[in-house]
Design a protein around this ligand. Sequence first.
Ligand SMILES: C[S@@+](CC[C@H](N)C(=O)[O-])C[C@H]1O[C@@H](n2cnc3c(N)ncnc32)[C@H](O)[C@@H]1O
Length: 259
Amino acid sequence: MSDIVKEGDIVLLYFDENRKFLVKVRSEGRLDSDKGYVMFSDVIGKPYGTFVETNLGFKAYILKPLLLDYIEKFRRITQIIYPKDLSFIVFISGISSGSIVVEAGTGSGVLTASLANFVKPNGKVYTYEIRKEFLEIAMRNVELAGLKDYVVFKNKDVREGIEERNVDAVFYDLPTPWELIDVAYEALKPTGSLVVFIPTVEQLSKTIAKLREHKGFVSIKAFDTMVRQYKTVPGEVRPNTWAIVHTGYIVYARKILKH
Ligand SMILES: C[S@@+](CC[C@H](N)C(=O)[O-])C[C@H]1O[C@@H](n2cnc3c(N)ncnc32)[C@H](O)[C@@H]1O
C-alpha cells in the first residue's frame, strides 16, 4: 500500500471513535454519514494521514486500516475472542512469521485472522469448523482483512482428528477441549504450544485435569486477562465507567516427548 490513496484501496475514514468507516474507495462512490457525505474522488490521490471534509464541513481523517479495524467490521455469528485475549493468546503461543498452526473451531474467524496476521507471509493457519455456514462467513471475514491466502479452511469435526503434523501451535475455542488433548498432542511438534480459550470455570478445571493426566505436556498454566480502557478527555482522565469484565480463561501447555 503506497502512502497516497489509490482507486480501489480500503481506507478507514475516521471522524471520531464512534464514527469509523471502512470503505473501498472508487472514484464514483461516496460515504454518507450523520456528519454529511464524503466524495471518494476527493479521497483518491490524498496522502494517508490527511483529512477530507464532508459537504457539511466535518473532518474525516484518512487512515490505513489495522487488523482491529477489520475485525470490528466482521460479521459475528458466534461468540468471538476479544482483543484483550487475542493479543495474549498470540504472544504466549510463541508463533511468528512462518509458523504452521491449527485452530478449532473457526467460528466468526476472529482468532483465525489474528493468527494469519502473525504467521504471514510464509506460514499457514489450518482452521477446522464443524458448521459449513459458519465457515463460509468466517472465510468472507478473513478475506475482508486481506488474509485469506494464509488460511486453509476445513469443514471438519476436529474430534475426527487433525490432519496436519509437526505444527508449531494448536488453538482450541470450542465446547469440550478436554476431549481433544490427544488430538492436539498428535499434531504438535515437540515443544509446540497448545492454547485453549474457554468461558467457564468448570471447563477450565476439566481441561487442566486432562492435561496433567496426559503426561505429554509441561508448563501447564491458566490465565484470564483484564484490560481497562481510560477516558482521554483532558480533565477527565480516568478508567471508563463500563468495561468488559469476563470473557474467558486461557490455558497454555507445551508438548514434551513421552518416555
Ligand atoms: C466460540 S466459536 C469460535 C470463535 C472464534 N474463536 C472467533 O474468534 O471467531 C466456537 C466454534 O467451534 C465450532 N465447533 C464446535 N465443535 C466443533 C468441532 N468438534 N469441530 C470443529 N468445530 C467445532 C462451533 O461451530 C463454533 O463455530
